[in-house]
Design a protein around this ligand. Structure first.
Ligand code: 13P
Length: 253
């Protein structure tokens, strides 16, 4: 059985509550007969309540861009998974490239966040991907294997099966330089073979692997037609309803 496409929009540090509500409202209207694709949007924390309220009963899910790995405590400025779930999130991004490279999150810390997501009733979207230097040094598979090995450590097979993986090559994020469909497919096929070597067959069959990095309505269809590309994690093109909806339409074609 085929995997249901999953398109998620990462709004990064854009759209305060009023603007976020306006975009959510536009998506609600444009996607009112959405059936064939799972869709989620990840607003900044401060805008989650407005977006969650606007998208109630629409089938469009809300994701957090990050979460703290502890359930509560003296962690000034942080937000735990349980509060994000209460605010209306279904998913949480873990280990986005910007968290890794700007905020120094290690694979070990990201693994704790993946576990915290499950403990809080959230489904993790674990982001992985190599830098340009790592690609040029032909280390893509080593890097992905390491990020998967540590990122998924200690999870039950059933938990891995419900985890979404997002392959986002760092050099393709926000650069307009998309991985070619073949480059992306090769990485995704590697990730699936890695899963197949370590978990029962149903896991690799079920796990959805999103591609992220300069996805737009013009390149989405070709990327999504690859056998191991099950969706997209969209940054810039998710900030306007028209372009985000265009990508969702490419996924449902
Ligand atoms: P862009 O689509 O802007 O390249 O961002 C990708 C991304 O980082 C999504 O999480």
């Amino acid at each position: 059985m085929g995997r249901r496409p999953f398109i998620a929009g990462n709004w990064k540090m854009h759209k305060g509550p009023a603007e976020a509500d306006a975009l959510a409202r536009a998506l609600k209207t444009a996607l009112s007969d959405l059936t064939a694709v799972d869709v989620a949007v990840a607003p900044p924390f401060i805008s989650i309540p407005a977006v969650a309220q606007r998208l109630q009963h629409t089938g469009i899910h809300v994701a957090a861009q990050n979460l703290h790995e502890e359930l509560s405590g003296a962690f000034t400025g942080e937000v735990p998974g349980e509060m994000l779930r209460q605010a209306g999130c279904t998913y949480a991004l873990c280990g986005h490239s910007e968290r890794r490279h700007i905020f120094g999150e290690s694979d070990e810390r990201i693994n704790r966040k993946v576990h915290a997501a499950f403990r809080s009733g959230l489904l993790p979207i674990l982001c992985i991907g190599e830098t340009l230097a790592q690609r040029e040094a032909e280390r893509v598979e080593d890097v992905l294997a390491q990020q998967l090995e540590t990122g998924l450590a200690g999870l039950e097979a059933d938990q891995v099966a419900t985890t979404t993986l997002a392959y986002e090559p760092v050099w393709a994020i926000g650069t307009g330089r998309t991985a070619s469909p073949q480059q992306a497919q090769d990485a995704h096929a590697f990730v699936r073979s890695w899963l197949n070597e370590r978990f029962p067959a149903y896991v690799g069959k079920q796990v959805r692997i999103q591609y992220g990095g300069s996805v737009n309505p013009s390149n989405a269809a070709e990327l999504l037609s690859q056998p191991d590309i099950d969706g997209a994690l969209v940054g810039g093109a998710a900030l306007k309803a028209e372009s985000f909806v265009g990508i969702i339409q490419a996924a449902s074609a």
